[in-house]
Design a protein around this ligand. Structure first.
Ligand SMILES: *Cc1c(COP(=O)(O)O)cnc(C)c1O
Length: 413
């Protein structure tokens, strides 16, 4: 390959039109951060914004900030800012609650819109566990005969989604393998069987171009603390296709989803449109940080980011396979661009121990059972030389077997 030297990677960085965006982030010197798919780096603006919220808005203006600083409208204002990144329109997205909670609300709403005779939720066994757990919790609690059908390969979708399917709930980019679904084709095929389709965009929002309208999707949720750089535990987002707004009801009908919360009526009446996806008062400080992450995206577009993301993941795969050949790594992530998100996973029998050693040497990736080492490439701030240097360190650790096979797992891997 042509990029087989550090100098070639330096040339790629010098030619990279997105390179200046790295200055929008505070990254510790000497660290190669390849975990933006799990916790995005801190935007430079976040520190000042946090100080403003805490000092001025909370400290000085106090309760007046609900109106004066626009705290009350933050879920929809941020939702509108996020919308273009996922191919959604105005007043279709809210930033609120967690991905798990949004899954619960939207799945409940979808089951209620769907014909009661359809009793099956189809999803992947390999889906992020919370998605499956939330579906299990909801259906057990409903106790109306709903079942969850777990499929093992995308090919099974063609037979698994049928006249019994209520909802197809899929994660667009798989958290472990990095496999990317064809949103448009999968949505269309499922809808032809009468199913509603709910997409989890946790590992794709801010990482790959998404067009919910073009795909004619029904519902979507996703995280803001991953590629969107909203900060640890930042509120998630929820999208409902406008054609479902009028019918949509969800069981966590808190006062923020009421038509007129401050009329303090004892009877619930659902608000307009996407406000129905809200529940109650939001963590304002955390919510405010989400804007700093979203503002960076206004400097570029998802197609430019996708080009760089694919160049980074192509380079990483090629360098690992050439420079670490024979050292026990096996690629998990699909090679075709159309099936790949923005992270790359390799297995190694001592994956956890090797990842611990990489982290000790300043290369931050993460580990997922079983044996999977995961490396995230955030085109906003990952450099081509980072890829080269990470592979150099990985090769040395593997070649010297410089890792502790018995490394005890920490609570978060
Ligand atoms: C990261 C992730 C989540 C996280 O959900 P939380 O409620 O924020 O803990 C959920 N689903 C998928 C697919 C994810 O990748």
């Amino acid at each position: 390959m042509t990029n087989s030297s550090r100098a070639a990677c330096q040339a790629l960085d010098a030619d990279d039109p997105l390179a200046p965006l790295r200055t929008w982030f505070d990254l510790p010197p000497g660290m190669i951060y390849l975990d933006g798919n799990s916790l995005g780096a801190r935007p430079h603006a976040a520190l000042q914004r946090a100080q403003q919220v805490i000092q001025q808005e909370w400290g000085h203006d106090l309760i007046r900030s609900w109106n004066k600083a626009g705290w009350f409208d933050l879920p929809s204002r941020l939702g509108n800012k996020l919308a273009p990144l996922i191919g959604a329109g105005e007043n279709e997205v809210v930033v609120t609650d967690s991905t798990s909670i949004n899954l619960f609300k939207l799945l409940a709403g979808a089951l209620q819109i769907q014909a009661a005779s359809r009793k099956v939720i189809v999803t992947e066994r390999d889906n992020f566990p919370t998605d499956i757990y939330m579906a299990q919790g909801l259906t057990e609690w409903l106790d109306r005969g709903y079942r969850i059908h777990l499929i093992d390969t995308p090919q099974e979708l063609t037979t698994a989604v049928n006249a019994e399917t209520a909802v197809l709930m899929l994660t667009h980019v798989n958290y472990r393998s990095g496999h990317l679904h064809d949103m448009q084709a999968v949505t269309q095929a499922a809808q032809e069987q009468g199913a509603l389709v709910l997409w989890d965009l946790a590992h794709s929002a801010g990482a790959v171009p998404i067009d919910l309208h073009a795909a004619n999707a029904d519902f979507a949720v996703g995280c803001t603390y991953k590629y969107l750089n909203g900060g640890p535990g930042a509120p998630a987002f929820a999208w409902i296709a406008p054609r479902h707004h009028a019918q949509f009801r969800q069981p966590l009908s808190g006062w923020w989803s009421h038509q007129a919360p401050f009329t303090m009526q004892p009877a619930f009446a659902p608000g307009e449109g996407i406000r129905r996806a809200l529940c109650g008062t939001q963590p304002v400080i955390s919510l405010a940080m989400v804007e700093c992450g979203l503002d960076v995206f206004a400097q570029t577009d998802m197609h430019a980011l996708r080009r760089k993301s694919l160049a980074l993941t192509d380079l990483f795969i090629a360098l690992v396979e050439s420079r670490c050949a024979g050292l026990g790594l096996a690629l998990v992530t699909p090679r075709p661009h159309a099936q790949r998100g923005s992270h790359v996973s390799f297995t190694h029998v001592h994956g956890y121990a090797v990842m611990r050693e990489l982290i000790a040497h300043g290369v931050i990736g993460d580990y997922r059972e079983p044996q999977v080492m995961r490396f995230g490439f955030t085109p906003l701030y990952t450099q081509f030389t980072d890829v080269w240097d990470a592979v150099s360190i990985l090769r040395r650790i593997l070649a010297d077997q410089d890792y502790e096979i018995d490394a005890r797992q920490e609570a978060v891997t």
